[in-house]
Design a protein around this ligand. Structure first.
Ligand SMILES: O=C(O)CCC(=O)C(=O)O
Ligand SMILES: [Fe+2]
Length: 357
């Protein structure tokens, strides 16, 4: 994982340690996903100093909705181990994985086989079902929630078939929660709120750790209209923390243009994007941007067939507390565009639309 690759059409300039932020930028359009050094935020001695990084983060979230975070503090070995344990899990026989099948959007925990989910922006249930039948996402996932929930239980494989899977993922969940907590503090500062503004609204860990496995697939299966490893969608919560291997394929839509740009893997970074609830909370000041996973360059296996390599990623979908009411934040416009909504009701509705039983 994290083996250097060419960066395609995107221009990557790396000036870590300097005041200007490194970026992945498309030369023709000016579209940017900046690389933000989070160690600088942590090392800041004053609120004013912290605000420099906080403003860079919020500015990016107002424009592209995406950043890369470098120096995030999660050790490379921890990331590598999470990827290793995830790969071991997906290599288990299907019969074993199916015993852990995802059952209910209120729980949102368990194994999701290829074809069960179709992420999309469509909101009509029949339309989503038709899309799913015609061109399902070519991915399988394992969904993990907070482990101490009174109502919903995680679906763990037996320790004997997946050694240290549970302990690795619980540790990774907590690690991602801690980073999300700090990132939300920086967003509060960047929006001129008290640094601790979000603390008591995001501390119950109502998040979803999603392991993703995109199997190798014949290129021709990804060539059709609407066909992708993961269809165009936005995420539902506050922030998504996305760790990807070196294969590539993640693309982000440039707001207002419909043009997709690659979010090229950059070793050691985490891709972070704004979800729909944070966008709504901020009265659309922060953008929840469409993204998708398409085929990276294919390898020829015969004169007529090409196969795209397997890809792995890990997404941590962070949410506000499920009992938190999401109503227009201070400093985000004179008039609220949306009525208040309770987090759990919102997330469960979005999930129930995109899955098939
Ligand atoms: O696998 C990826 O790179 C992105 C996955 C994603 O966007 C999602 O699951 O919401
Ligand atoms: Fe996503």
């Amino acid at each position: 994982m994290y083996i250097g690759r060419s960066f395609g059409r995107a221009r990557v300039s790396r000036t870590l340690g300097c005041r200007s932020f490194a970026t992945v930028q498309n030369a023709s359009s000016g579209f940017k996903i900046p690389v933000i050094d989070f160690a600088k935020y942590r090392a800041s001695k004053s609120t004013q100093e912290k605000q420099e990084t906080a403003r860079a983060i919020v500015d990016a979230f107002k424009t592209s909705g995406f950043i890369y975070v470098s120096q995030h503090g999660i050790p490379a070995e921890k990331v590598q181990n999470a990827f290793k344990k995830s790969a071991e899990f997906f290599s288990l026989p299907n019969e074993v994985k199916e015993t852990l099948a995802w059952e209910d959007p209120r729980s949102n925990r368990g194994y999701v086989r290829i074809g069960r989910e179709r992420v999309t922006q469509a909101t009509n249930a029949d339309e989503i079902a038709a899309l799913r039948n015609k061109s399902p996402d070519f991915k399988e996932t394992m969904e993990i929630g907070r482990d101490w929930d009174s109502e919903w239980k995680n679906m763990w494989p037996e320790e004997s078939v997946a050694p240290a899977f549970k302990s690795t993922m619980l540790d990774f969940f907590k690690t991602c929660h801690n980073l999300h907590f700090e990132l939300m503090r920086s967003i509060a500062l960047g929006l001129d709120l008290e640094e601790t503004f979000f603390d008591d609204k995001i501390d119950k860990q109502c998040h979803n750790l999603r392991l993703l496995s995109y199997p190798p697939i014949l290129r021709e299966k990804l060539n059709g209209v609407d066909q992708a490893r993961a269809g165009a969608h936005s995420d539902y919560g506050t922030l998504t923390l996305l760790l990807q291997d070196s294969v590539g394929g993640l693309e982000v839509q440039e707001p207002g243009t419909g043009i997709y740009h690659p979010a090229t893997p950059i070793p050691g970074t985490i891709v972070i994007n704004v979800g729909d609830l944070l966008s709504r909370w901020s009265n659309d000041v922060l953008r929840s941007t469409l993204h998708r996973v398409v085929a990276p360059p294919a390898h020829a296996i015969s004169e007529t067939e090409e196969v795209t390599p397997a890809r792995q990623s890990i997404a941590f979908f962070s949410n506000p507390n499920f009992d938190a009411e999401i109503a227009c934040l201070p400093n985000c416009g004179a008039e609220a565009k949306y009525p208040p909504v309770q987090t759990e009701a919102y997330i469960v509705r979005r999930l129930s639309e995109t899955y098939t039983m």
